[in-house]
Design a protein around this ligand. Structure first.
Ligand SMILES: Cc1cc2nc3c(=O)[nH]c(=O)nc-3n(C[C@H](O)[C@H](O)[C@H](O)COP(=O)(O)O)c2cc1C
Length: 471
């Protein structure tokens, strides 16, 4: 198992953490520097931030290997997307319940009443049209009053003033439903934000899990050790005992505020949420403030991509079950490509009408989480000699096998979802289908040059033989 601090230590020992000791302004100056460090896929530590006693750390999870190290994988073992996907799937099936501790380092310092000031925190203002400073790395914790279970997610949080913040909940989040339930029932609702938690908990918090599955249990399984929880000082919520900083608050439904932030898809995202009033801030004596660079940037997008592995699996499963003619399937839902799904499907077609029909059927299908047409912007169908996971190969097929205009389909006015920001009110957005298969009449003309036996002849065998001969 690795915790937040040891991941930072691993990166520093590898020479992949950039320390900046000159004082920086958290408004724009720090994000501009964060962006430059992140571009090199390194982590950053700002030791002196104007107006705050806390240093700012981030960029810890901006490439997939860091997730492996963050959940205890050795540094000398290759770790990629496939390994991370499998670890998440296995953790979902073997949840490990948290343990409660009496004392947590997150409460070495306890500030309540007027001492609990959000202004103490070095919260960055990222982009020119943002509503203000945003906490972007907080794991938000709230209790579901119906089940008594805690719900956990990462929610961007706008700072309004020393005591007031806005914890944003998108329409897809369980938190949005908890807000609605509490507002309807008139019962008070407590919230806690934990900043700088175990990497496994960050991953589990950002994954879309079924409402009855505990993110904290999945995080425990992911790191191979239960998450330690400690009770908040001003409410009954249980928070990660090893967090760097915890903000305790209570939601006030009498006031809702629109908050705009430059989002992962590379556009501004205006959202509205109720305010929360701070009841306590607790922290480690030497706490570090963790900040994820907002917008279409490496750490935010990598975390977002890891969080969508389960959605991609669900879409693949639903499509393969419904369309047995599919040979190869690549579902990519990568924030780097916007907030939409892109699909590449390979088939072995029997007639020229099949691909267009498949494209229409796929858009009309349900993808497990959403209707496919809501979230899928582009479907490309290729022949089964094309590698659906190699976009250069797919592009080659588009530009070397398509001559008839009907093979490019533009479907207008499709209802979309809120994160496709270019969709028009009341008219939705377009969808694109490309039939990049060879026309039946062109099969011989467009045949790919292949070397017979190339798939069984192995270069290693010839090199070994040569060495043996030389010896
Ligand atoms: C850096 C980051 C910021 C996020 N910000 C928000 C947000 O502001 N609101 C939201 O609803 N989801 C946000 N998400 C996605 C949620 O954390 C994710 O969908 C999670 O599963 C929501 O949990 P819930 O459905 O249990 O509430 C963010 C994810 C990441 C990685």
């Amino acid at each position: 198992m690795t915790d937040f601090r040891s991941l930072a230590g691993i990166l520093e020992n590898r020479g992949e953490l950039v320390r900046i000791s000159r004082e920086v302004d958290p408004r724009f100056e720090m994000p501009a520097l964060m962006e430059q460090v992140e571009r090199q896929r390194r982590a950053f530590l700002f030791e002196r931030v104007k107006g705050s006693p806390f240093p700012v750390i981030g960029g810890l999870l901006n490439r997939i290997e860091c997730y492996g190290w963050g959940i205890g994988e050795p540094q000398d073992k290759p770790f990629g997307q496939a390994e991370m996907d499998l670890r998440i799937e296995s953790a979902k099936g073997s949840s490990l319940a948290p343990v409660t501790v009496e004392q947590g380092t997150c409460q070495e310092v306890v500030l309540t009443g007027e001492q609990a000031r959000l202004g103490l925190l070095p919260v960055p203002t990222f982009f020119e049209h943002d509503s203000g400073p945003f906490i972007t790395s907080a794991v938000g914790i709230a209790r579901n009053p119906a089940t008594g279970e805690q719900n956990v997610g990462i929610y961007r949080t706008l700072i309004i003033d020393d005591q007031v913040m806005v914890v944003n909940a998108s329409s897809l989040s369980d938190l949005r439903r908890l807000y609605a339930q509490a507002e309807q029932s008139g019962e008070p609702m407590d919230l806690a934000l934990a900043i700088g938690v175990e990497p496994a908990l960050l991953v589990a918090a950002s994954c879309k899990l079924p409402p009855d599955q505990s993110e904290i249990g999945v995080a425990g399984a992911l790191q191979g050790r239960p998450i330690e929880l400690v009770k908040c000082r001003t409410n009954d919520l249980m928070v990660p005992a090893n967090a760097e900083i915890v903000i305790e608050g209570r939601v006030d439904f009498s006031q809702r505020i629109e908050n705009t932030l430059g989002e992962f898809a590379g556009q501004y995202g205006p959202e509205t949420a109720p305010v929360s009033r701070v009841t306590a801030i607790t922290h480690r004596r030497d706490a570090m403030f963790y900040s994820i660079l907002a917008g279409k940037n490496p750490e935010h997008n990598t975390l977002g991509a890891v969080a969508t592995y389960s959605i991609q699996r669900a879409i693949s499963g639903a499509l393969r079950a419904k369309f047995p003619q599919i040979r190869g399937l690549n579902v990519f839902l990568d924030p780097g490509l916007g907030a939409m799904v892109h699909l590449v499907i390979s088939i072995s077609k029997q007639d020229d009408a099949e691909p267009a029909q498949l494209i229409r059927d796929v858009f009309a299908a349900h993808g497990g989480f959403f209707p496919m047409s809501h979230i899928t912007k582009r479907v490309i169908v290729v022949d089964d000699d094309i590698n659906v996971h190699d976009m250069r190969d797919v592009d080659w097929a588009i530009w070397s096998r398509v001559a008839r205009a009907e093979k490019f389909m533009v479907i207008p006015d499709v209802e979309s979802w809120e994160l496709e920001r270019c969709a028009k009110d009341g008219k939705g957005s377009l969808r694109v289908g490309i039939d990049a298969t060879m026309d039946m009449e062109d099969r011989e003309k467009l045949m790919r040059p292949l070397i017979p036996g190339a798939d069984v002849v192995r270069l290693e065998d010839y090199l070994k033989a040569r060495k043996q001969t030389a010896a």
